[in-house]
Design a protein around this ligand. Structure first.
Ligand SMILES: *[C@@H]1O[C@H](CO)[C@@H](O)[C@H](O)[C@H]1NC(C)=O
Ligand SMILES: *[C@@H]1O[C@H](CO)[C@@H](O)[C@H](O)[C@H]1NC(C)=O
Length: 319
């Protein structure tokens, strides 16, 4: 009898471990957070708008092309791969990178990041063309940003690869740096025509992306929202929250008199298909138990993750 119960428990735990990853693991999530911090800094330095975690449909392969960051400034688009690598990187004869050491003392290998980002840029170019914006040569460039101070290498990389020192030194005031970074936009004084600039922002603003959850710990995880888990009453209350209808969910405490909240206020806004950035989107509010959870599939992991609703600030769903 006891043996059976113990065996049952062990099997239950193993199965749970296999399918879900309750614990918050830094390894998988620091990457997504780095994308946002890089995007944020670029926006501050160069103005314009950065789009993070895009999944651009690739007609040739009938799949999605992941793109970390796309920066749109007046006159240029920069496609950026963020590789927050710590450790020693060697480049092999086929161009791939092997990273050794780092925080977790592992060896990881990546296909040539610059070649990858160029491939992403060409997928993006065809996608924009399909949606009615044709770029000229020189409107688009590629960068690989490595914002990690513990990145070491003996190789000399092409100028498109921005390592920690260069990343630190990027300054809005230094014109020479900018013209190297955003080619043509400032040096020639030419700007994209206002209408094509707006159109570009509209296309990228409505392009498919990863879903994202923002945690109270100010980490952001990209992946795919699957469903809410919890008491039936609560999941029923949340049943309208699906990507076909809703694009943003924010979670608030309903703490009364400083007591630990047992219920959470969930505000969600309906996706607005009518026009670009119109602010009339309808929003709704429901209250659920704080034990309610969110089942999420992070983009870089094979394991699903469960987040307590109370540990989240917001959920954004891609169309
Ligand atoms: C890169 O990863 C390190 C941990 O290895 C982290 O401390 C740092 O904040 C990350 N960089 C960015 C820009 O997010
Ligand atoms: C591309 O660059 C040219 C000149 O540098 C500019 O006239 C044009 O508006 C830019 N943008 C697009 C979307 O073609």
């Amino acid at each position: 009898m006891w043996i059976e119960i113990i065996c049952g428990l062990v099997i239950y735990k193993l199965v749970r471990r296999f399918f879900y990853d309750d614990e918050f693991s830094d390894v998988e999530t620091s990457d997504s957070t780095a994308l946002f911090s890089v995007a944020h800094r670029l926006e501050k330095l160069y103005g314009g708008k950065a789009y993070v975690g895009l999944r651009i449909p690739d007609a040739d392969t009938a799949s999605r092309q992941d793109i970390d960051v796309v920066l749109v400034t007046k006159g240029e688009i920069v496609v950026i791969a963020v590789k927050n690598l710590s450790g020693i990187v060697t480049v092999t004869s086929d161009g791939s990178w092997v990273c050794e050491g780092g925080k977790h003392h592992t060896t990881e290998s990546f296909p040539d990041p610059l070649a990858e980002v160029k491939k992403q840029a060409s997928v993006l170019e065809s996608y924009l063309e399909q949606r009615g914006v044709t770029l000229l040569e020189g409107n688009l460039s590629c960068k690989v940003v490595i914002p990690n101070p513990s990145f070491r290498t003996i190789h000399a990389f092409p100028s498109e690869v921005i390592t920690y020192e260069d990343w630190q030194q990027l300054k809005p005031a230094s014109r020479s740096k900018i013209s190297g970074w955003v080619k043509g936009a400032f040096s020639t004084g030419k700007e994209m025509q206002e209408s094509s600039h707006q159109k570009l922002n509209f296309i990228l603003g409505t392009a498919p992306t990863w879903d994202r959850v923002e945690l109270k710990s100010s980490k952001i995880v990209l992946g795919e929202f699957l469903e809410f888990k919890g008491k039936q009453e609560d999941t029923l209350a949340l049943r309208n929250i699906k990507r076909s209808k809703v694009d943003h969910v924010s979670i608030q405490k309903t703490s009364m008199f400083g007591l630990a909240p047992s219920r959470l206020q969930v505000l969600y806004s309906y996706r607005d298909y009518r026009s670009e950035g119109s602010s009339g989107a309808e929003s709704k509010e429901v209250t659920v138990r704080s034990s309610t959870e969110v089942l999420f599939q992070p983009r870089d992991s094979t394991k699903m993750k469960k987040f307590k609703l109370s540990s989240l600030v917001s959920i954004s769903l891609s169309a």
